[in-house]
Design a protein around this ligand. Sequence first.
Ligand SMILES: [Zn+2]
Length: 299
Amino acid sequence: MQEQLPSVIHHFTDSDAQIENQTTPTFMPELPEVETTCSGISPHITGKTIANVIVRQTQLRWPIPDNLQQLLTGLSIHNVSRRAKYILLKTNTAETVILHLGMSGSLRIVNNKQKPGKHDHVDFVFTDGTILRFNDTRKFGAILFTSEPINQHKLISQLGPEPLSDQFTGRHLHTRSKNRKATVKSFIMDGHNVVGVGNIYASESLFMAGIHPSRQAGRISLKRYQKLAECIKIVLQQAIEQGGTTLRNFVNEQGKPGYFQQSLSVYGRANEPCKHCDSTIKQIKIAQRASYFCPVCQK
Ligand SMILES: [Zn+2]
């Protein structure tokens, strides 16, 4: 099918987040929230057949395909998975619905008695009455459909390794960083190098690894990258585990699933004492993004 994507794909990046111009940091779905969403919705829709798709708002980041209902009705969901921050609903015909939560999107499971609210833009209605409902206040999310093998899709094919996979190592980061003048923070937030390290988790991982966020990516040793890769895995894994406790929010509640605000060491803590050394946490901008660090613990 013809996809209505712009000719130059502007990948989803956290540079979309003008949100940090606000004084209070706002939390948007990052990799742990997306992972939690996948495991939250999967048991409710896997194996079920789509009876209808109701689209109330077509203008998301890209227009929703106008034949989405025709394409999906009668198909069943073979499995639910995640690649970077894309949620992939693979159908029994090996086609795929690609969902992205953007800056404010959420998915929840409701039944057909629960009336849609203002920002409930799309309902995937299953034959047993289950509804997968997509809500997105700011409309930066996306819903696309493809018949292509998903790894060849242009939104997916150029992505770096998953941070929690064995392909993601300190050696991988060290090799990719050769001659890079970008800051290490921008480097780890670039999805070509590793996916899913958003602004919050970049700050947190660099703090845990003791690396200053402004340090040049090409000037960090293999040993320090090994520490950093380990810290990225720990920080993301901890967030996913905390998310597991909010799974009930995906089912039969009126509001949005509450994205979890885990206890953070540096992010959003400007002028507060460092949890390790009591120095004052500093906030700077790196590539337009609010960046938090401890000037004593991070070198
Ligand atoms: Zn400190």
